[in-house]
Design a protein around this ligand. Structure first.
Ligand code: HEC
Length: 239
């Protein structure tokens, strides 16, 4: 299996930008073969990522928090012409629906060569789970789907609710290599700090006086915010 890894992001605030090597030439974009791979699963009542993949819920947040930062692939910077801010921009360039291996962005996130991988070092790469989700989404036809959040507000443990949430929505901008606002959310200690000093809730609830988070993305759902609130109220434990 190919080593996996990183996508870009930012340095936005430092302004060093996300320039990276020229991407391999478009190699005459192979004809999109609509080969929807394993059928997206007709389950009309999706509740989990294991059964149904939804672009808006499962895929877009990964792009927003790892690629769409200012200086990288937002609508203004568009490094190398790639913009990853919404469905249309993501599927618009060197993108082959139904075939992840022929899709440029997938090659970049699974690039073995550190100099070419995205997000570029020293940013962390996408997690194996995130890469698997993107691969499956592309291979299943890269549809712009929406579905229920699958969020369960009675689950507010760090390991099964808070950690996955910060990994999906926050980690790309808040990690040890790129700590936006000096905040790191790629470890329990980092999350605990902003949980207990009130910044996390202020930011995700879009309260006055706080920067609204996740930056550039939609507000988290009420259920997700409730999970964070309950976890903090119970002591923000590493449980
Ligand atoms: C696209 C990049 C990006 C994403 C995604 C992102 N942040 Fe941020 N965040 C920033 C930047 C940049 C700042 C610093 C803003 C400033 O200081 O002007 C910041 C600041 C913050 C702050 C400090 C806010 C304040 O007013 O004190 C908190 C807390 C925070 N982020 C939490 C989060 C959480 C939680 C998530 C995920 C749900 C998240 N961020 C997702 C870029 C991001």
């Amino acid at each position: 299996m190919r080593k996996v890894f990183l996508f870009i992001a930012l340095a936005a605030m430092i302004g060093t930008g996300c320039k990276h090597e020229n991407t391999p030439q478009p190699s005459g974009a192979p004809t999109p073969t609509p080969n929807p791979g394993p059928n997206p699963n007709p389950n009309p009542n999706p509740t989990s990522v294991d059964t149904v993949l939804c672009f808006q819920r499962d895929i877009l947040p990964i792009f927003l928090s790892n690629c769409a930062m200012s200086g990288c692939h937002d609508a203004v910077s568009k490094q190398d012409g790639f913009q990853f801010t919404d469905y249309n921009s993501i599927v618009s360039k060197e993108f082959v629906s139904g075939n992840a291996n022929e899709t440029e962005l997938f090659e970049k996130i699974t690039e073995d060569n550190d100099d070419k991988r995205m997000p570029p070092p020293p940013r962390p790469g996408l997690t194996a789970t995130q890469i698997a989700l993107i691969k499956r989404w592309i291979n299943e036809g890269a549809k712009n789907t929406t579905c229920s959040s699958g969020c369960d507000s009675t689950n507010f443990k760090y390991s099964s609710a808070i950690k996955p949430l910060t990994e999906q929505y926050c980690r790309g901008c808040h990690n040890s290599a790129a700590a936006s606002g000096g905040i790191m959310l790629d470890s329990y200690d980092g999350v605990k700090t902003v949980a207990l000093n009130g910044r996390m809730l202020g930011a995700i609830k879009h309260l006055t006086g706080y920067q609204a988070m996740p930056q550039g993305g939609s507000k988290l759902s009420d259920c997700q915010i409730l999970q964070v609130e309950k976890w903090i109220a119970a002591g923000a434990q590493n449980n």
